[in-house]
Write a protein that binds this ligand. Structure first.
Ligand SMILES: Cc1ncc(COP(=O)(O)O)c(C=O)c1O
Length: 426
């Protein structure tokens, strides 16, 4: 595959390259299973000695084509789809961490990931140290220990909208011999390609801009192929020593740069099975075909809306990393010069109480849990997605109790602004 194709071409044509007489459009391989004529060949597939499909929980051609498209967009070497963004982040960590291990994680992350890491992974015996991603490298150093196996953060945090200094985090992770895992859901590879800045693994909730139409829940993990697992052999025995469940295969030796994704597929997906349905992968692919058109429009609309909100006296504060003067404006210019995302957070002078009242008056923008799709939507994280967090945890996650998360869609910007105006003034 030509790695130098532009994002626009990859969005349309990546992943599925039909041969003579094959369907022009990626087909849905709606089949759990695949037929073989020799029992010996089936055996070789099970031993990972030969490439081929045998059961959709492990691999499916529709899913593989969509994963290949996302992989190419990110500039990675291998990728896999998962049933959700949650599953992607869970597998990304579990693939290299087991009981007794530890990860360093930015505290400014999506509430669901926050819970997954600090509550559920803890039950698995994996400890997490949360850090302020804006702290100095010297301060961040203190979070590492001998059992640290990975560093995790989001390129643009949901909903704090903090922009990650990817180079700083990559250097820190690498100086401790561990990979940097970055959730690139909000920026998308249209605006930011974290591998260019040193990240090793990228995850996505494809549920958001990639799908773009709020149709399907899904996730993806992409490996840059750059992290040298063999150089840190003792830390990653799952990748660098024989896997008893695959007749002693050593993933790094047998699969080279594809070791990480092969292990996640062959072992985690086999055992835990959070596969994306091929039908959903098909819908995701249709969304991806316009990602390069939608994302710039989201950003353009969001900037207009952010400027409008900033101009109003009844708005206490606005956070949008694309807005001049924003705390993260300079980092955003460095890592995502074409634009950031369509999500804005802001607070009203009336605080928590005013947030609910304002939201109830909106007509065009809908109150929904979702973000990052074509329709403008709004949410009050302290009352909704993050309601399980204490006020202290909310602040730690960068979520002011007054924070309103506005996901600006791709409708006409003037219509969106008019809706906000009438809700604020009526
Ligand atoms: C940044 C980020 N990562 C992961 C997730 C989880 O994804 P999903 O809802 O697809 O499981 C979300 C969901 O909002 C998210 O915003």
């Amino acid at each position: 595959m030509d790695k130098k194709r532009s994002a626009e071409t990859i969005c349309i044509q990546g992943g599925w390259e039909p041969k003579n007489g094959e369907p022009r459009v990626l087909p849905i391989y709606q089949s759990t299973t695949f037929k073989y004529e020799s029992s010996e060949q089936m055996g070789r597939l099970f031993d990972l000695e030969e490439n081929g499909y045998f059961y959709t929980r492990l691999a499916n051609p529709t899913n593989d084509a969509v994963a290949a498209k996302i992989c190419e967009l990110e500039g990675g070497v291998a990728a896999m789809l998962t049933s959700s963004g949650q599953a992607a982040n869970l597998y990304a960590v579990l693939n290299i961490c087991s009981q007794g291990d530890h990860i360093v994680c930015s505290s400014a992350i999506y509430g669901g990931t926050f819970n997954l890491f600090t509550v559920t992974l803890k039950r698995f015996g994996i400890e997490v140290t949360l850090v302020d991603q804006d702290a100095s490298a010297e301060e961040l150093e203190k979070a590492f220990c001998e059992r640290t196996k990975a560093v995790f953060a989001e390129t643009i945090a949901n909903p704090a909208l903090a922009v990650l200094d990817i180079e700083k985090f990559a250097a820190l992770a690498h100086s401790h011999g561990v990979p940097l895992i970055v959730d690139n859901t909000f920026a998308t590879p249209i605006n930011c390609r974290p591998f260019q800045w040193g990240a090793d693994i990228v995850t996505h909730s494809t549920t958001k801009y990639m799908d773009g139409h709020a149709l399907t829940v899904g996730g993806c993990i992409v490996d840059s192929g750059n992290f040298d697992w063999e150089a840190h052999k003792d830390k990653y025995p799952g990748l660098t020593t024989p896997d008893a469940s695959y007749h002693g295969i050593v993933y790094t030796q047998k699969f080279g740069k594809a070791a990480y994704i092969t292990k996640a597929t062959a072992q985690l997906m086999r055992d835990m099975g959070s596969i994306q349905a091929p039908q959903n992968a098909f819908l995701l692919n249709v969304g991806l075909e316009t990602l390069h058109l939608r994302v710039p429009r989201h950003c353009e609309n969001a900037l207009k809306v952010a400027e409008y909100l900033k101009s109003r006296d009844d708005v206490a504060w606005v956070r949008y990393p694309g807005l001049q003067g924003d705390q993260y404006y300079e980092l955003a210019r460095k890592y995502m010069p074409k634009g950031t995302c369509g999500v804005i957070s802001f607070g009203l002078k009336g605080g928590r109480a005013a947030a609910g009242e304002f939201m109830d008056k909106l007509k065009l923008a809908a109150i929904v849990t979702h973000v990052a799709d074509a329709r403008t939507s709004v949410l009050h994280p302290a009352s909704h997605t993050h309601r399980q967090l204490s006020d202290e945890q909310l602040v730690e996650a960068g979520v002011d109790p007054s924070l309103i998360r506005l996901s600006v869609g791709i409708e006409n910007a003037d219509d969106i602004i008019e809706d906000l105006r009438q809700a604020l003034e009526n």
